[in-house]
Design a protein around this ligand. Sequence first.
Ligand SMILES: [Zn+2]
Length: 283
Amino acid sequence: MIGKTFAAHVSAINYFLKLRGRELNIAKCSQLQMLKTGMTNTAAKLRVITQFKRRALVRPLIHAMLGCIKTRNRTNQWRRLALLLGHDGMLRCSNLTYYDKEPDWYLCPKHITFLPSLAQPDRMRIRLPGSKTNHINTEEIRIIHCVCAKNWPCTVHLLLPVYQARQHDPGAWLFAKQDGSPYYRHDLEETLLNCCDFLDLEYKYYTPHALRIGGATWLWWHQHTVAEIAHKGNWRSDSVLTYLRSENPDLIKIGYQNGFGRILPTKSDWTNERAKKWRFILK
Ligand SMILES: [Zn+2]
């Protein structure tokens, strides 16, 4: 059954690429490996097109974006948190925003636990309900630590008041707009679009999935191993390697340097001994 579906996927992607004057290189196409793990056809096609367009939306860029969202109404509170939470938790858009089709995937107060206590949290645990790429619906856990001591905007302590305001309704959407309605994908896209506009960045590089890429890349730049990143962000194939970017030219634009003083891996590093070793660990 897998074989037939897989062949259909290959044929569909090939057709899709030919329309855009490109050819499919199966050996280099990690998307096809993802299809084998059950990713939907449309999602994989989108990745083929956009994979090399997106840039890692790493912490400094998020800080610059937070500076663009100043009004402290409830809607903007969510806008700020979505960027931080998406990055720190390496979340997918389907976890952060409401999907009419799959409301069970949406993040609710019941999925979040502040540890060691609500009164004095130093970290929080998010139990993700499910996702498009997780067909067997096993739980995904993310742990996010307080970074108040490091003077970063802290996801844990910014989320706390939002959580407390919503905890009476544990099964409802965590992020509600000013009028009480949930946040949709296009709301998050609009936030990113406006921030990019403000910072003179090109929006095409910063779709919501750039948050997941940014979270993984940020860990990579800070000496975490690929195995650790795959564990933290719940990647179960080598597709995690496509999330680790060696640089982001836009950092210079906002006054930061790539890598913060360390030598960064380049794309060729993906095939080096470290990557091979990591593949071995997974098996
Ligand atoms: Zn904190």
